[in-house]
Unconditional design. Structure first.
Length: 203
């Protein structure tokens, strides 16, 4: 009996041999998948290349909640509070400014985790950020919830790696870490930022 790992090695070897021998990487890749798969469906619809897709198209291909909300189905915009409340939609605040030399980035709270990872990747192949696996999740809510992720055993939570923020207080002033003080800065990184003001940026 052949083990799955040897099948994978064979698949990789066949793929590399066929890539060198014939016309198109995509065609050879699909032929290889078809040969070794028990699925009859065409693989072409599931293969994305720079010729037929963009990063956003791929990111949004399985997204059910394009606004970046925490709930996959977009059901998180409700309240059980019987008094009046406001929901401020920050999903259009999506700028991500990566500074590789400084090892930092300023990220607007509406950007998704996937957008952040991609912007970092555009600048460096060795940098990263310890955030979550759900690429459609908005950064604002993710960090205010602590920002659990797969790199946290080595680098801590995403919230542990936040250096500064911009937050609008009840008086309409935009404040940074120094202006809000360390207690509030600690609270917005895991304590749910909506209780303390409107977050605009994370550093």
């Amino acid at each position: 009996m052949v083990s799955p790992s040897s099948n994978l090695a064979t698949l990789i070897l066949l793929l590399s041999v066929s890539m060198a021998a014939s016309a198109s990487f995509e065609e050879n890749f699909v032929q290889c998948l078809s040969f070794y798969s028990d699925k009859a469906a065409s693989f072409y619809a599931s293969i994305y290349t720079p010729q037929n897709a963009s990063f956003n198209k791929i990111l949004e291909s399985s997204t059910q909640n394009l606004s970046g909300g925490h709930d996959y189905e977009g059901l998180s915009y409700v309240s059980e509070v019987e008094t009046h409340f406001i929901i401020v939609d920050l999903s259009k605040l999506r700028a991500v400014n990566v500074d590789i030399e400084d090892n930092t980035a300023w990220i607007q709270v509406g950007a998704t985790i996937g957008e952040v990872y991609y912007k970092i990747y555009e600048k460096s192949l060795v940098h990263g950020f310890p955030a979550g696996l759900c690429t459609i999740l908005g950064v604002g809510g993710h960090i205010t919830g602590g920002a659990y992720g797969s790199m946290m055993r080595k680098y801590g939570l995403g919230a542990d790696n936040v250096l500064d923020a911009r937050i609008v207080d009840a008086n309409g002033q935009i404040l940074d870490r120094e202006a809000v003080g360390e207690d509030l800065f600690w609270a917005i990184r895991g304590g749910g930022g909506a209780s303390f003001g409107i977050l605009l940026w994370w550093k």
